[in-house]
Design a protein around this ligand. Structure first.
Ligand SMILES: [Zn+2]
Length: 257
């Protein structure tokens, strides 16, 4: 599978109508018994979270996407999974998009130029402040899966945060994705050592001046966290299926614990 060769200096691939996608997310979630909560109402957009308990479930899973507005595969993957409604026994929390203004402008940042995924330590943006207030009201999660894309990469890769040394899901995620999409082979990605598409950052969060959502979650809310990165110079449909496969494999292993 070849790269499309479109991404020069930034993402130049297919875009989505985020407001339409989020209306479809809302419709599918409500149809399948999720509860919806609006956690931020701003002048021109609102942010929503969804939740559904399963009576037999013993694990809590949190899914999020749409924090960078030039990364459309994540919201589409979560929409597809909501529509297909084939979840195993899990208590589920889902935030499909915290950066609708970024998607409307096809920018990584929000309308004020803030990279929301660097804002979770000191929290300056309204979107992140409201998201954290919502997160603080939720129980602890056994697993958090965060869907991202990388416009520069040559293949899929995953960041693992696993401070309590739970059984790693990274190899299983890579195995599920490699049937559908190239895996990043570079030894260094964003200055992190990357082996077989797996990055395991060994850094104390307290020493990092800026926190991504995943770092906030691992410090405050979650046992284990994976950030799934699809390579956005490949067709959007390939990236969506890669995300769906990664999430599906990870949660199927979680429910067997
Ligand atoms: Zn991203």
């Amino acid at each position: 599978m070849q790269k499309l060769g479109k991404n020069h200096g930034r993402y130049h691939g297919e875009t989505i109508e985020i407001d339409q996608v989020l209306r479809e997310v809302d419709r599918a979630a409500i149809q399948h018994g999720w509860s919806a909560e609006t956690f931020l109402t701003a002048d021109s957009f609102e942010l929503k979270a969804y939740h559904r308990n399963s009576p037999a479930a013993i694990h809590n899973l949190y899914l999020s996407s749409g924090i960078h507005g030039d990364e459309p595969a994540g919201p589409l993957a979560l929409l597809q999974m909501l529509q297909e409604n084939r979840w195993p026994d899990l208590n589920l929390w889902l935030v499909p998009c915290v950066n609708p203004m970024g998607f409307r402008r096809n920018t990584r940042e929000n309308a004020d130029g803030v990279d929301l995924n660097r804002d979770y330590r000191h929290r300056t943006a309204a979107e992140v402040k409201a998201h954290v207030v919502w997160l603080q009201r939720q129980p602890r999660f056994d697993l958090t899966l965060i869907l991202h894309e990388d416009w520069e990469s040559n293949g899929f890769y995953v960041y693992e945060l696993n401070p309590n040394k739970k059984r790693s899901l990274a190899e299983d995620i890579i195995a599920a994705v490699q049937e559908l999409c190239p895996i990043e082979s570079a030894p260094l990605v964003d200055n992190w050592e990357c082996r077989g598409g797996i990055i395991r950052p060994q850094v104390d969060p307290q020493e990092r001046p800026q926190w991504a959502e995943s770092v906030y979650l691992i410090v405050n809310k979650s046992e284990q966290s994976y950030t799934l990165e699809t390579p956005s110079d490949f067709p959007l449909s390939t990236r969506v299926q890669a995300q769906v496969a990664a999430v599906t494999r990870a949660i199927s292993i979680l429910t067997q614990r």
